[in-house]
Design a protein. Structure first.
Length: 364
């Protein structure tokens, strides 16, 4: 986020959220009794709920480490202090600037600092920033990111946009770096692809109503694999997640893990893609694949994908093998998000008019 501050330094206040930087910022903003704030912040019970998501994420991502009290307790103390001090700093910034004079830019803030803003009851505008759906893009949205963003969920909105063609669509998808090394897995010609997500991701914690964990997802796949032994089910775990569940369940001939395979090739060769609400769903649409979502997703648009909110619906959709997304709607949706919604540029190559574009988004 510091690259935003480098565009127009006199217009951007960068708030680093490590404890030392917050203390320095409090001092610069003439906060009284900073030492007392630190002592109080360590045991600030009002922050317990604010940091619950962060603590949960660590416990899920690093279960062996964060089940140890020696690790877990100091982390909770640190996050409590961090939240308490950050809450005080953001309150000072909000109090010192009128609502129409200050806009808060929040990167990936669905856990914190967004909930800290809620706790200080400020009406200042917020703009959320997150990685875009395609390479070298960002989501910049006043409502939220991913499933919480402002993209309309009505097919008519996209069909009424100026006509897009294949030449107006992106040509590349994200290449996600693997945190662990996996071998390539040979696959059958016909399979259903299940891209897994990071279990602690807010996309699942907040926006997935009946599949709450990757174990839930895995058990669902196992049940369908037993029900349909003639169908193949291919799984790829999220490249950023280090805790593979591949060896956690008894092997089945028609369930294959393809963690070492290219996601793009897995999509292209799949008959169907079933996801909770992963960006892989949008990538699958780029290649014209039928998509079933199991959670709230910004692309849950009738005719574009099929949304199953229970096992009965999922079974019905899996058996309907001839269904495809409406072709014009597919082109219009992808054309809109590529040409109108997504911000072209990334943190390391922001265009010079970035702040102007953000101001225009705020005015919409």
């Amino acid at each position: 986020m510091r690259n935003f501050g480098m565009i127009e330094k006199n217009r951007v206040i960068t708030v680093k959220t490590n404890v030392l930087s917050i203390i320095i910022n409090l001092y610069r903003n003439k906060a009284p009794n900073i030492l007392s704030l630190v002592v109080f912040g360590i045991n600030d019970s009002s922050c317990s709920e604010l940091i619950a998501g962060n603590v949960y994420r660590k416990q899920v991502d690093y279960p062996k480490i964060f089940k140890l009290r020696l690790i877990n307790k100091p982390y909770i103390i640190y996050k409590t202090l961090q939240a308490s001090l950050l809450k005080r700093l953001l309150k000072i910034l909000a109090d010192n600037n009128k609502e129409d004079e200050l806009t808060f830019l929040i990167f990936n803030g669905s856990i914190s600092p967004d909930n800290i803003f809620d706790s200080i009851k400020t009406n200042h505008r917020r703009v959320y920033i997150e990685n875009g759906f395609f390479p070298n893009t960002l989501q910049i949205d006043c409502r939220g990111v991913n499933a919480a963003n402002s993209l309309p969920r009505e097919a008519g909105y996209y069909l009424n946009q100026p006509n897009y063609g294949a030449q107006d669509l992106p040509t590349k998808v994200q290449v996600r770096k693997l945190k662990l090394s996996y071998p390539f897995t040979p696959l059958p010609d016909d399979y259903i692809f299940f891209p897994f997500q990071i279990p602690s991701d807010q996309q699942i914690r907040v926006h997935s109503r009946w599949i709450k964990t990757m174990d839930d997802f895995m058990n669902l796949i196992i049940s369908f694999a037993a029900k349909y032994p003639d169908k193949n089910f291919v799984i790829k775990e999220h490249p950023s997640f280090k805790q593979s569940i591949a060896g956690k369940y008894p092997p089945r001939k028609n369930i294959l893990f393809a963690n070492g395979n290219s996601t793009e090739e897995l999509i292209k060769n799949a008959r169907l893609v079933i996801t909770l609400n992963s960006t892989v769903g949008i990538e699958a649409l780029l290649f014209g694949k039928p998509v079933i979502t199991l959670a709230d997703a910004c692309y849950n648009v009738d005719g574009l994908v099929r949304h199953a909110n229970n096992i009965k619906k999922l079974n019905e959709f899996i058996m309907d093998e001839g269904w495809l997304p409406d072709e014009r709607l597919r082109i219009q949706f992808l054309g809109y998000i590529w040409n109108k919604y997504l911000f072209h540029g990334y943190f390391n190559n922001l265009p010079s008019d970035t702040l102007l574009k953000i101001e225009n988004i705020v005015k919409l």
